[in-house]
Ligand binder design. Sequence first.
Ligand SMILES: Nc1ncnc2c1ncn2[C@@H]1O[C@H](COP(=O)(O)OP(=O)(O)OP(=O)(O)O)[C@@H](O)[C@H]1O
Ligand SMILES: [Mg+2]
Length: 256
Amino acid sequence: MSNPIIKTEHLFFNYNNIEILSDINFIVSEGEFIGIIGPNGAGKTTLLKIIVGLLPPTSGSIFVFGKNPFLLRKKRHLIGYVPQANEADRNFPITVRDVVALGRYHERGFFAKLNSDDIEIVNSAIKKMNIESIADKQFNALSGGQKQRTLIARALAQRPKLLILDEPTAGIDVKTQVSFYEILKKLNGEGITIIMVSHDIGALTKEVSRIVCLNRQLHIQGCPADIMRSEQLKKLYGYDVLLLTHEGKENVNDDS
Ligand SMILES: Nc1ncnc2c1ncn2[C@@H]1O[C@H](COP(=O)(O)OP(=O)(O)OP(=O)(O)O)[C@@H](O)[C@H]1O
Ligand SMILES: [Mg+2]
């Protein structure tokens, strides 16, 4: 059994006395590729923010790399976090290369000058995300998908051991999504543990090793095939999402 990278025990979280996460017991082992699914407002982003150390749990405990995520300090760069699109200020008036280079300052400190190793790491992250051709463009002038790739390259430039992605494929076309998953699988093969939130259950279940269904509580988790067969999935969403085929077609029973 590999090492747990994340471990929560009886974790609760409230916003303004309203319970958002309830009794979450969640373990992530090194090398896993986990997909988190659940309806809007389920608390997915909240859970990711707690893992990253942006929000403290109301009660219960969480350990990331063996520590309270608030106290990770020098280990913080081990977590690469790409927030949900509307969460971040994405109008950086700088080039793509500069955005990616921001990932190096986690380790170096903000007033440091990047050395040749840093520059090599930045170039390698740019190459991995296939954004070489746009590296000198202004970030503001990119499409949504290109911005997303750039932000993932920035996270990779931290040389994370854990990559956390909040709906990275939202608004990305299917062809780009396919190559995106290929990149993620490659990173996972290189030893990076990945946690990804997505509403695109059809694509996600084809790619990840474990699916976690969250709606204020952890409902079910397991290998994608078992989850897709589970009756609880219907209950979780309030409609039949089961009809997601492994050809990637979605056939959601929704009259709207
Ligand atoms: N800053 C905040 N203050 C108060 N309530 C908040 C805040 N952020 C989120 N919430 C509430 O917490 C709940 C969970 O939100 P969260 O963003 O974690 O959901 P989510 O599962 O990521 O949803 P989505 O799929 O829409 O991204 C929601 O009811 C939301 O309204
Ligand atoms: Mg969210």
